[in-house]
Design a protein around this ligand. Structure first.
Ligand code: EPZ
Length: 425
């Protein structure tokens, strides 16, 4: 295994180009199972997770080729409708093949994803939604066997929690169902808008894009997709926080500021200068090099457009360098504070009380480098931010977590002036 080594304490300066969104690429790649033919997806990041779902789909008979950031996917010859445990356990988003397989073949056998570092993460809303559409879901031996004779029938589906992948799964099932499906309390993340745009290019009929009520008129058939993946708002937010945490100045390009409504306000509240242009965000925290530290800011994670849970760990790293006490309230996942113990190894003063963490900032020189361990994707990016800001050397082990969701991270950080490299663990 490899570790990431960072010599910290250097302000980051310059531009960083954002890649396509992991959490859009995964549902959109899965949706190419809906119909045979050659689908063209542009701006697709080359990540551990996108390689995983393509490998899963290859086992089903899908063929694909990558030309730079463009993927051409041909799902004409489906030979299997199964997603085995070995694949699903490495990436729970594999459950996103359920909806398209049920719509195309009327059957699917998917390993239950099981929990992960950040929580139990059940898929009950997915299964309840499919059952509303007429599907029979049998759970046995750790697998879901879902089947329906003929086409699914439109229905009204209500989610107790606006689940992102449940909304995506049910959308891809409903587009080929008979009649109208209404999804109430649907998630509103931008990645769902990207999926809706793709499905509409394929001939689907969907109303309510961007709202919590989606109405789908089922159609009899679809055509192959032509779509571009939206920029990764979580990657963009991660680099904004990294530049700010080092007291640097720079520009995050090829991104959509409107996809980060909460983070940009929270960075401004911390005393950082943030300027939004059409496809880029400028950030300037150079004044923090002389001042006593960032202003303390509270965050509460919420479904979009609230503060993104996927940017909670990163903002906490910043708040360890504030000049007061900030409260981080994680309302989406029950165990998403795995980064706290590692940040404490670097000198952070954090106390956890249930879903809340109180972060007592220690000023801009509050962190010192140390050997730490990545536990999940976003926790690992929080440790990178802390390592960039801390004085001295930080070694981050198990960086395969990082490679799941950040394309060319070492190159992008080096371009910003960071002293960072990989070593054998
Ligand atoms: C998506 O996960 C993202 N993953 C996650 O990003 C993100 O953190 C999450 O949405 C929230 O924004 C992808 O898009 C591939 P949820 P998802 O269903 O869909 C509960 C990353 O770092 N729930 O919106 O799995 C669930 O336990 C990853 O890129 C049920 O109880 O999240 C959680 O508490 C991490 N039953 C809450 O809802 C269900 O059937 C929200 O989860 C489904 C969800």
């Amino acid at each position: 295994m490899e570790k990431l080594v960072i010599e910290g304490g250097k302000p980051l300066y310059g531009d960083v180009k954002i890649s396509g969104a992991k959490n859009a690429a995964l549902p959109l790649i899965a949706a190419t199972l809906l119909v045979g033919g050659r689908h063209h997806l542009k701006n697709v990041p080359d990540l551990r997770d996108t390689r995983t779902i393509l490998r899963l789909m290859e086992t089903m008979g899908v063929v694909w080729q990558r030309n730079g950031d463009e993927l051409i996917i041909d799902s004409s010859d489906l030979k299997s409708h199964e997603a085995p445990y070995e694949m699903v356990k490495t990436m729970r988003a594999s459950v996103l093949v359920l909806g398209p397989l049920l719509a195309r073949l009327g059957k699917a056998k998917i390993s239950l994803p099981g929990g992960c570092a950040i929580g139990a993460r059940p898929i009950n809303y997915h299964l309840l939604g499919f059952e509303k559409l007429g599907v029979t879901c049998n759970l046995e031996n750790g697998y879901v066997e879902a089947v329906i004779e003929g086409r699914m029938k439109g229905a009204v589906i209500y989610f107790d929690i606006p689940s992102v992948t449940a909304t995506e799964n049910l959308l891809t099932a409903a587009v080929l169902a008979e009649g109208t499906t209404t999804i109430k309390n649907a998630a509103r993340e931008p990645e769902i808008g990207n999926l809706i745009d793709m499905l509409i290019t394929m001939g689907a009929r969907i109303e309510g894009r961007g709202t919590d009520k989606l109405v789908v008129e089922g159609v009899a058939s679809l055509n192959p997709a032509q779509i571009a993946i939206i920029p990764d708002r979580i990657e963009a937010g991660t680099y904004l926080i990294a530049i700010a945490a080092t007291g640097g100045k720079g520009k995050v390009t090829h991104c959509k500021p409107e996809h980060l409504p909460a983070l940009l306000e929270k960075l401004r509240a911390a005393g950082i200068i943030v300027t939004e242009n059409e496809n880029e965000i400028e950030i300037d925290a150079t004044h923090m090099q002389s001042e006593a530290g960032f202003k303390e800011v509270d965050i509460t994670t919420m479904p979009y457009p609230g503060y993104a849970t996927d940017l909670q760990a990163q903002f906490m790293a910043l708040m360890t360098m504030s000049n007061g006490v900030s409260v981080v309230n994680e309302t989406i996942f029950e165990n998403r504070f795995m980064h706290v113990a590692e940040l404490q190894r670097m000198g952070a003063d954090i106390r956890i009380n249930g879903s809340r963490a109180s972060v007592k900032g220690r000023g801009i020189n509050g962190l010192a480098g140390a050997p730490v361990m990545a536990t999940d994707l976003r926790a690992s990016s929080s440790l990178v931010i802390a390592g960039l800001a801390a004085s001295g050397r930080t070694d981050i082990s198990r960086i395969y977590h990082l490679e799941r969701g950040y394309e060319f991270m070492v190159e992008k950080l080096r371009k910003l002036g960071a002293s960072v490299w990989k070593e054998k663990e």
